[in-house]
Design a protein. Structure first.
Length: 84
């Protein structure tokens, strides 16, 4: 099975995607639903999550949770796990 070279443009995650909605994904961490996700904190951003693999200081990057689709660096979802 061939593995892609990365030359193909990556698709940006649609916040209305069913999986994104189920996990409370937002493109701006300050817009997370604090009533539904009381453990959320505004300093939790995708670029600080173990599942995010974007370059340092990039505005967006791939997320392993969403099949490598691009998420915003300032985004958040309920599966956020702090990078070590």
């Amino acid at each position: 099975m061939a593995v892609g070279s990365g030359a193909q443009a990556q698709q940006k995650l649609d916040p209305k995607d069913p999986q994104a909605t189920a996990l409370g994904y937002v493109e701006d961490t300050t817009q997370a639903d604090s009533k539904k996700f009381p453990k959320h904190a505004n300093d939790q951003k995708c670029d600080g999550c173990q599942l995010y693999s974007g370059a340092a200081n990039a505005k967006e990057g791939p997320c392993a949770l969403f099949g490598g689709k691009l998420v915003t660096a300032n985004g958040w979802c309920s599966s956020w796990v702090k990078k070590p």
